[in-house]
Design a protein around this ligand. Structure first.
Ligand code: PMP
Length: 351
């Protein structure tokens, strides 16, 4: 078929499985195991359905923008809100990575980066993590068209000290550096305080992990007003109404309840500490994680086999058939009960 020659061909990103069965223990997509803040349910019940007749408000003019700006002590002109951080990151790639020079990101990292680069025809170069899965700042000092990395990194959970993040941002003043902080609230140090100093820094965060709202699809970027304006120009050239009315209203309640947010993050960090101990005893090794997952490899049993056997037991974790990481499993931190079920199954498989 001739028309096929004119198709924009891409290999899409493969998200973790979303099984239909609700009884499974789902430790495969880094969702939060706890429900959204109690205020979110109240806001959902109070949602005025009549309002859905209208197009949604522009995100930057909403109570959600004001709430987030107040929370982070920034002006709303430093904030861009999108449909999960995937939407925010995708818009940022489209906006800022247009030099024709290769952008740089780690070889082991969020596997959406190369997909966006491909779909937008942005050349890229992967920089190898060191043997301990650390990002080497020195690798990001060659001429490039932009830089993007998660901190903490995914799927490793390894964090980068702020001094090194700054070293990369400072070495790349002629391009935009995107720091993807999807997992920052589980023990990392945010680069947000650096946005005043560096006009080339964009910090991206999400409601999907630490704010327990992956299903609502809310993400945001923070940077100097000029960056945000360029980002909005591109976004409004693609789709004006990205955020739906419900997301804009329910998100406010999640930000407002700081105590609940902190409590859930702390619970996950406590469960993670226990998981380190239990998984070590079961024969796993892993880099120290500062995210809501652990990237673990077993000393004798291949990751693929553990992955399959866990699935037979209705426990879902994530495994990639990729060089360097094909003997690792990424295990999301669930509730203590879910983790106990995991240890029991692993004891059978690896014990
Ligand atoms: N960045 C990283 C590093 C992630 O792991 C994820 C989750 N898949 C995202 C961004 C996107 O998350 P969301 O679109 O749900 O905000």
């Amino acid at each position: 078929m001739k028309w096929e020659e004119n198709v924009r061909k891409v290999t899409p990103y493969t998200p973790g499985e979303q099984p239909k069965k609700t009884s499974v223990i789902k430790l495969n997509t880094n969702e939060n195991p706890y429900p959204p803040a109690p205020g979110v349910a109240k806001a959902a019940a109070a949602l005025d359905v009549e309002k859905l007749r209208l197009y949604p408000a522009f995100p930057e003019q909403t109570a959600l923008a004001e709430e987030l700006a107040a929370y982070y002590h920034i002006g709303t002109d430093r904030l861009f809100i999108g449909v999960g951080s995937d939407d925010v990151l995708s818009m940022a790639f489209l906006t800022f990575f247009d030099s024709g020079k290769p952008i740089l990101f780690p070889d082991i990292t969020y596997s959406f980066y190369d997909v966006w680069a491909d779909v937008y025809r942005i050349p890229y170069e992967r920089k190898a993590l060191d043997a301990d899965f650390q990002i080497r700042a020195a690798d990001y000092k060659q001429p490039n068209g932009g830089v993007v990395f998660p901190n903490p990194n995914a799927p490793t959970g390894v964090r980068m000290p702020l001094s090194q993040v700054e070293e990369i941002v400072a070495a790349n003043r002629d391009v935009v550096v995107i720091v993807d902080e999807a997992y920052i609230d589980f023990g990392g140090t945010s680069a947000l305080p650096l946005i005043d100093k560096y006009d080339n820094l964009l910090v991206v965060q999400t409601f999907s992990k630490s704010r327990n709202m992956a299903g609502m699809r809310i993400g945001y970027a923070m940077g100097q007003p000029k960056l945000i304006r360029y980002l909005n120009d591109v976004k409004y050239s693609v789709n004006s109404y990205t955020m739906n009315t419900a997301a804009l209203e329910l998100g406010v309640a999640a930000v407002r309840d700081e105590a609940y947010f902190k409590e859930c993050c702390q619970k996950i960090m406590n469960t993670r500490a226990t998981a380190e101990e239990r998984l070590s005893r079961l024969g796993f090794t892993f880099p120290k994680s500062y995210a809501n997952f652990i990237f673990a490899s077993h000393k004798t049993v291949p990751a693929r086999e553990i992955f399959d056997r866990l699935k037979e037991n209705d426990i879902y974790v994530r495994w990639w058939n990729k060089a360097r990481i094909d003997n690792y499993l990424r295990i999301t931190i669930g509730t203590d009960e879910q983790m106990e079920a995991l240890y029991r199954a692993l004891n059978q498989i690896c014990g």
